[in-house]
Design a protein around this ligand. Structure first.
Ligand SMILES: CC(C)(COP(=O)(O)OP(=O)(O)OC[C@H]1O[C@@H](n2cnc3c(N)ncnc32)[C@H](O)[C@@H]1OP(=O)(O)O)[C@@H](O)C(=O)NCCC(=O)NCCS
Length: 196
């Protein structure tokens, strides 16, 4: 019964948000850009409580590269790119900023986390202001069943089952099944591999 109610609420959210996701898809097809998506992401991030969680499910189901509708995205969290894949049972806390990334099944992110699209969005060796120097955007990969602590900054991949301490800054890829902490984040512990 709960499942049926949840599915019905998600269907309702998809209908209610349809003017926004249809407009987003249309403008993306016409311009090739994500400006409407970013504006709508900011708008829906401001919807409070359970209503907000459902409205974001409705909107992101039709605008992200992939989005499992059982995920929870909390108040204040925005996406700066639509090239994002979110697998089932992902939970994202408040006020996160999400760039290009795949987030694996069952991963939990705390609040105030930045996931950057790699480390080099701007070049800085050429002439002129840095904001006009093109760089590279990469899609990060956060594995399944990770736990990312509050206020972490991720600029590189995180392996499945890894735990990233609060306030850590990930600049190099973190292997699977470890606890990594600090700035720059380093591996502090190896976790036992999960029973099959
Ligand atoms: C990383 C964490 C999970 C602890 O994991 P743990 O395996 O129990 O680690 P320990 O407490 O044994 O600490 C191991 C080492 O890492 C250090 N450490 C732990 N957390 C750290 C952090 N966030 N930043 C820097 N160092 C940290 C400890 O001081 C210790 O260092 P030492 O070996 O030099 O003494 C925890 O500290 C943490 O950051 N949790 C996130 C909490 C959070 O954000 N919650 C809200 C979202 S749900």
């Amino acid at each position: 019964m709960r499942r049926l109610i949840r599915q019905s609420l998600i269907a309702l959210a998809i209908v209610l948000t349809s003017p926004w996701w249809v407009w987003t898809r249309l403008t993306r097809a016409l311009t090739g850009g994500d400006a409407t998506f970013v504006a709508c992401s900011e708008f829906f991030s401001l919807m409070p409580g359970r209503i907000g969680i459902y409205l974001r499910r409705g909107y992101y189901a039709y605008t992200l590269e992939a989005f499992a509708t059982d995920c929870q995205i909390a108040f204040g969290t925005t996406f700066s790119h639509s090239r994002v894949r979110i697998e089932p049972e992902v939970v994202i806390g408040k006020n996160c900023l999400i760039g290009r990334v795949r987030i694996g099944t069952g991963t939990a992110l705390g609040s105030n986390i930045d996931i950057l699209s790699g480390r080099h969005q701007h070049s800085f060796g050429g002439d002129g202001p840095v904001q006009y120097q093109a760089g590279t955007y990469t899609q990060l990969d956060i594995g399944e069943h990770c736990w990312i602590g509050n206020s972490a900054v991720l600029m590189a991949d995180v392996g499945a089952g890894a735990v990233i301490g609060a306030g850590s800054v990930v600049v190099h890829a973190i292997p699977a099944r470890v606890v990594a902490v600090g700035n720059p984040a380093i591996v502090k512990k190896q976790l036992p591999s999960q029973a099959a």
